[in-house]
Design a binder for this molecule. Structure first.
Ligand code: ASP
Ligand code: MG
Length: 376
């Protein structure tokens, strides 16, 4: 009996399907993976900036658009890219079929705009694979038990890919973007950032939590709990290149820096303003106020635009000399609060300071490489 081919999940981000030439390039890459003997499930994001454009359109119509309607609206973006990619793949002589989140069996709770996946019933995806098709799935969306279309929060296509990989027992889940893997910092902000060949899942989770945009934080968490083999790849390079994310703890050494710029600071004196924020409050910073994640709020909250800048590496928590080094790097910048807990160091700054603060932390903590003898 022939052994069954391995299932591979490939997710392509918005910039990888931004226009027709990009869609053709993704179709070529998918077909190449099929010809290598894999069963391929493709998860796509909306083309380019589509999601932002749809959200902006909603805001032009209503200052506080309803979340149910927002979900129906933005779920359209991924449906456009999935169908176009299916057409392009079929034209290459490889059978393909596209599926919405609901058709893929992605069952969520009913928290519109930031729904959690509760169950995956990928019967139709399996059937498509059994029929020799490439299954193309609209990322970022699911369906509630009540039959409503839901979305999984910004960046949620990564989550779709990971939950499908877990449900299908995929050998790999490849997250493809226009960046060739995970870097020690955002290379657009920090010129000295280096690509990592490998990064432990715990460290990747900490970087994602800290605001790194390479992989959605929820997706890394899910990969960790479901044991999904993740790799972060460049769409323009062959399948399998990029940064591997094997299970494992955050190392002592500083692996990277990141900033979360989607935060608003509400004064501690205004707790009434926090009603209805649905878990968006990230932290109470004593004496400073409440840090609110505005990523999935979709209405104007007010508050002061702030950012956290973080460095990930356990020695920043366990070794006072390294905490001191992080603080010294930020000397002269207006740091509102800082903490060294869990997997690393974070500081609260104004949003305008996020970029220079990342460059300073990277220069002081990552670029020097191995620790000098006197600092442990
Ligand atoms: N299109 C959605 C977003 O822009 C989901 C994704 O790209 O993963 O957030
Ligand atoms: Mg997108």
């Amino acid at each position: 009996m022939a052994s069954s081919p391995a299932i591979l999940v490939q997710k392509y981000g918005g910039s990888s399907v931004a226009d027709v030439p990009h869609i053709h390039a993704v179709a070529d890459r998918v077909v190449r993976t099929v010809r290598e003997g894999h069963q391929v499930v493709v998860v796509v994001s909306a083309m380019g900036n589509t999601t932002n454009e749809l959200l902006a359109l909603a805001r032009q119509v209503s200052p506080r658009p309803g979340r149910r309607e927002l979900d129906l609206l933005v779920s359209v973006g991924e449906r456009v890219s999935m169908t176009l990619l299916a057409m392009a793949i079929e034209d290459r002589g490889v059978p393909a079929a596209s599926f919405t989140g609901s058709q893929s069996g992605i069952i969520t709770d009913d928290q519109h705009v930031s729904a959690r996946v509760e169950e995956v019933r990928p019967h139709r995806i399996r059937r498509a694979l059994d029929e020799g098709r490439v299954a193309i799935v609209a990322g970022f969306q699911g369906v509630s038990r009540g039959g409503e279309v839901t979305t999984l929060g910004r960046g949620g296509s990564d989550t779709t890919a990971v939950v499908l990989a877990a449900a299908l027992g995929a050998a790999w889940c490849e997250l493809c973007s226009d960046v060739d893997g995970v870097f020690t910092a955002d290379p657009r902000v920090v010129p000295g950032a280096r690509r990592l060949d490998s990064l432990s899942l715990d460290a990747a989770a900490a970087l994602a939590q800290a605001g790194s945009k390479v992989i959605a934080a929820d997706a890394v968490e899910l990969a960790r709990s479901w044991g999904v083999q993740l790799v972060s790849s460049d769409t323009r390079l062959p399948s399998g290149s990029g940064t591997r994310l094997p299970p494992g703890p955050t190392p002592a050494e500083v692996v990277g820096v990141a900033a979360d710029t989607q935060l608003a600071l509400l004064p501690a004196a205004a707790p009434a303003g926090l009603v209805g924020l649905d878990g968006a409050v990230r932290a109470w910073v004593p004496g400073v106020g409440a840090l609110v994640d505005v990523r999935n709020l979709h209405h104007d909250l007010g508050g002061e635009p702030v950012a956290t800048v973080s460095a990930v590496g356990r020695r920043l928590v366990t070794t006072p000399a390294w905490t001191a080094r992080a603080l010294a790097a930020l000397d002269g910048l207006p740091v509102r609060a800082w903490w060294a807990t869990g997997e690393g160091f974070s500081a609260l700054v104004g949003r305008a300071e996020a970029d220079p603060a990342q460059r300073r932390l990277h220069a002081a903590l990552v670029e020097p490489g191995p620790a000098p003898a006197n600092i442990g």
